[in-house]
Ligand binder design. Sequence first.
Ligand code: ZN
Ligand code: ZN
Length: 344
Amino acid sequence: MRNHHNNALPLTAAALPLLTHAHRHVARLMSLVLCGLVLGLTSPGNAAHAGELSVTVLGSGGPMALVDRASAGYLIDIDGVPRIFMDAGGGTLVRLGQGRIFNLERVDLWLLTHLHIDHVSEFPAIVKSMYYLRRAYNVRTPLTIIGPEAWGKFPSTTKFVADHFNGADGTYAYLHDFLNTVYSPDMKLETINVPYDYETVRTPELAFDKDGVRVSTIPVMHGPRESQTPSVAFRVDYDGKSITYSGDLNSDSGNLLTLAMGTDILIYDTALGPAQRFDPPDLFHSLPAEIGQTAEAAGVKKLVLSHFMPPYTDQKIERIVSRVKEHYSGEVIVAHDLLSIPVQ
Ligand SMILES: [Zn+2]
Ligand SMILES: [Zn+2]
């Protein structure tokens, strides 16, 4: 199916400049039908899926190469249609193909927890992949990217996106032309910078509210105060259901607990490194006991452990899960790539 898809779109792109206006219209319609038939796309807003909220794990690993886990990335479906990316580390693009997730034309929101490379390195590649679909389906809604403001060595989310796609001096300046001038429709990228300071911002902030989808954010602690990585956690609420994603964090600030209160699904950073490390404090990540305590105190229904670091033998994961369960009475799910988890 993936090979058919790859063949279909370049055929259309190459043919269009040779055709008259009327022929182009017919060709576009044909391309839409072709794409729909080949990809087996669900129609947007399918009534059979009304009110549904689910998340698919694109990458359950961390920054190191692993046999079976891509770096961090998640995709949220609303009403059965992919709409929101959360992060996009290395390997997540190929996971989309492996999962036959081709209907990305209605994704209009991207939540970036922080700019560590294992969370963002595949962002520009997926944007370009989405561009072809948006063009084929004539989707003109902007793509809104929400992430932390600048601090220390880290640019703001706005600068991060501009550094990629700015038409004058962006790393991928050529894509600015693709996205904005060469073809119609435009693919506009909009950015929102949210506060990163977990000491001064202690309550969730509403960052996006449209068509019943509400996104809240709160700063979290990821690294020592003096050299911290500006990082935020996100919560998506829709039709009385919710998914919360911790990003990377040390749980000391308590902010994630505030954000995750009563949430249906909590995806929690479970990056325990080589020697690690069940007891000594880790300023970058959370310990199993903290994960369990936070999920229990927040009344989380499903706790998803993800972002594993090597070595993560089955025995080590079992040990993490049992330690978490000492503190948390709800359902614990160990993430793997392409696992899809619905809110029920
Ligand atoms: Zn990470
Ligand atoms: Zn990180």
